[in-house]
Design a protein around this ligand. Sequence first.
Ligand code: G6P
Length: 603
Amino acid sequence: MCGIMGYAGDKEAADIIIDGLENLEYRGYDSAGLAVNDNGDIKTAKTVGSPSGLRPTASGIKGRVGIGHTRWATHGAASLENAHPHASVSGMFSVVHNGIIENYEELRSGLEAQGVVFRSETDTEVIAHLLEKHYKGDLKGAVREVLPLLSGSYALGILCEDYPDVIVCAKLSSPLFAGTVGECGYLASDVSVLSGRCTRIYRLNDGEIGFLKAGSFKVFDSDGCRLRKTEIKIRSLSMDADRAGYRHYMLKEIYEQPAAVRRTLAGIISGEHRIKPGFLKMSDREIKGINKVRFVACGSAYHVGLVGAYVTERLFKRSSEACIASEFRYMHPCMDESTLVVIISQSGETADTLAAMRLAQSEGVKVVSIVNVESSTIAMESDKLIMTRADREIAVATTKAYSAQLAAVYALVIYLAERSGELDKREAARLLRGLMEIPDKQERILSSGFDYSSVTDRLISSGYVCFIGRGLDYCSALEASLKLKEVSYIRCEAYAAGELKHGTISLVDKNSLIIALGCCSGLRAKTLANVKETQARGAGVIYITGGDDDDAYENVIRIPRCEDIFYPLLEIIPMQLSAYHTALKLGREIDKPRNLAKSVTVE
Ligand code: G6P
């Protein structure tokens, strides 16, 4: 979603802010803007599109304290008027905001009734006007009065002309960090932007109000009392944001999957193919008492949850399901002390996933989180945490974080199955060995030199594209379809192969392309029977298999054999590469597809 960057120091702010916004661009790239307080005169620059578009106008803006924003449009189109920062009527206040003010219509009507003329369609603008209305010369007082009027979520950076050396910041359910180094203070919605720039980094908590100045950061609670903040340590975040010769981050990250899986597993499994002592710290009694496992996540992480549910049923022998976090949080889910909720999130900031986790925690349910960003809200609020070690993922469409999540889920389920006695130790060790062999097999796929051009041609020329599979192949089909639509914008869907006959087959004709994932050995013959039904109606077929029974197909992608349950870690790679090469051929913005954001911090 949107990104915030602020600077208060001894250097010109505009360039520093634009550099930071460029680092944050993956979060939102519809429009961008900045405001700099030049000794009591706030000057603003805005652009539609990338933050780099700010450079020409911002070069004339002088001042050492400023705020910037990269926007992912929610309220109002991507336009200069709707780009942040938003100013109050007199220009006394300038505000950048991540999140959604849910009661903004009511606040806006109230302000309009008092004669305020709005310049944008955003929910954010109400904040600037409210600050001006409540301001009587005391900045902290005005902020303390306005924050309780806002409902929804926010991370805010605020400038006030009367306080030329200060950025005020506050948050509710949306991340915000401040950092200092020497005589400089930085503000950012994403800690990765601060980790290379600051020696001390602080996480602002809900309800706190921060005052950032050159080299100092003071924080107050909602009653205005000074708080003593402890700095946070950033360990796992690699700042390697270099494409390393790859044309796109997505391609680089696809190739980084073996390393991401190896690192993740190395944190969990010992050289003897045993889960390391101390993993999750759950007693055998606690594990045996689990009756139901619910995997809760969004997007690709939800597809990981689906794999988790299938594998849980098979190995841990407990009833299990994957839930979309935005559904789970409002479905009044039945949970009790025998339920285990597994939260999966790359960013650790996805608003719905975070809310789902808090809901489960509030009901006293056991929660395990699988997260890639150690300093994220989900990681910080989790009692039982499994870190994926995919390192920083830049491309919006996830690839290596997805694989790392899968690896963590497999390790978790094998651990639960062994500790509960459902899986004997030798079988658990055999499976863990098989899991640890997966990165080598991923490398074989990546280095196979397979030519994707005929696949991409078929994808581009087909009128209807459908991915099918059964069981775990179906989970991969869902992820394959999501990947293709995210980066190529080709309309496609995924179906459980056996379900095709129940309606969707009516779409199949000679212009259709069926991509059949048939890796899981027990189900391959059944999937192939469904493929035949589509061929009988003229459809073209691309077949992905771990077997040898496939000579009848024109386009076959073979992947190395592995334990059936681990195929999702292999079969997704040719699907990711097909999506990538198709998007490349279509000239899409591969790393930053239209309308998408890497981290979805609003619900
Ligand atoms: C966005 C991203 C997806 C990701 C999903 C969940 O939609 O574009 O790649 O799977 O959010 O994100 P999370 O950070 O919670 O894994």
